[in-house]
Design a protein around this ligand. Sequence first.
Ligand SMILES: Cc1cc2nc3c(=O)[nH]c(=O)nc-3n(C[C@H](O)[C@H](O)[C@H](O)COP(=O)(O)O)c2cc1C
Length: 309
Amino acid sequence: MAGYTDLPFRRACRRYGLYYGTTALIDAGALVHGNPDSVAILHRGEEEEWLQVQLLGSIPTDIRTSTRILRDGPWHFDALNFNMGCPVRKVIKRLAGAALMNQPVRALECLKEMRDNWPGVLTVKMRILKEDNPEPTIKLAQRLEAIGVQGLAIHGRLARMLYSGPVHTQIIRAVRESVKIPVIANGGIFRLEDAQRLSKETGCEQVMVARGAIGVPWIFRDIATGTTIPVSREELLDVMTEHVDQMVQEYGEKGAMILSRKIISSYLGGRGFPHELRAQVVNIATWQDFIALRSQLTACPVQVTDCHG
Ligand SMILES: Cc1cc2nc3c(=O)[nH]c(=O)nc-3n(C[C@H](O)[C@H](O)[C@H](O)COP(=O)(O)O)c2cc1C
């Protein structure tokens, strides 16, 4: 997820068993025209066993060059994923992301560049094209399979629904039954039961967690074990502190403390911490500010009851 799934975020998730991690999207143009070495999105932890990188774009020549940069650069990625699902207006306007689902010729041209220039695993992240008829989504998926795409992650919502509304599990199921490559179901997993239902309704062995991991990295442990394991306040504050500490190492204290405010809020939201304490998050500017808040969170008399939602 753009703005979230950086190395510190993934480390928090990996602590709870995440294996198949993906970077946030990286723009092909930014890779071609910028300084790729400085792109924090591409930072991989030495201990990360499997990591996929996601590319966004719609200009075949940029896709070709950026794929080669990712192939030849100092990083190592286990798979390359093409974003055909982003519904953000500025992305759609340049015919990238979800817009490519309606421009299959262009999408296939981009994917051919990736296929020709990437020796490893190639996958696609997409959405559904229609909610009441599986055919258009099936047809697209089959074309992607035919060009050499080796895995599909499908977010079961229309692009115009952005991130809300029902997840159309029957469309994902129909696609899964129409292709030979693995289909990974995505959409609406916020707790263990959501993952189990999505897997059951789609028939997909693998599901993809997105927003449900924000402030809840232990969701991966719940899914892996099939049990909702309680998380104590101490554990919650430890994971949060480790996450923020990793952000300081990644971005430096000044940048990290600003970026970490939304992360800290995500760990604290909806768990019974007093409003006055949570309101202090917006003022955090230094590591010391954070530690002072943490002490108050440790001392305040609340019971953390629900860390899963
Ligand atoms: C803030 C935010 C950023 C996202 N960034 C990306 C991204 O970079 N690449 C991608 O494939 N999907 C991205 N997504 C979409 C998610 O991967 C996922 O498909 C979507 O949130 C539906 O799953 P969920 O209902 O479980 O959250 C993003 C979603 C959100 C909310």
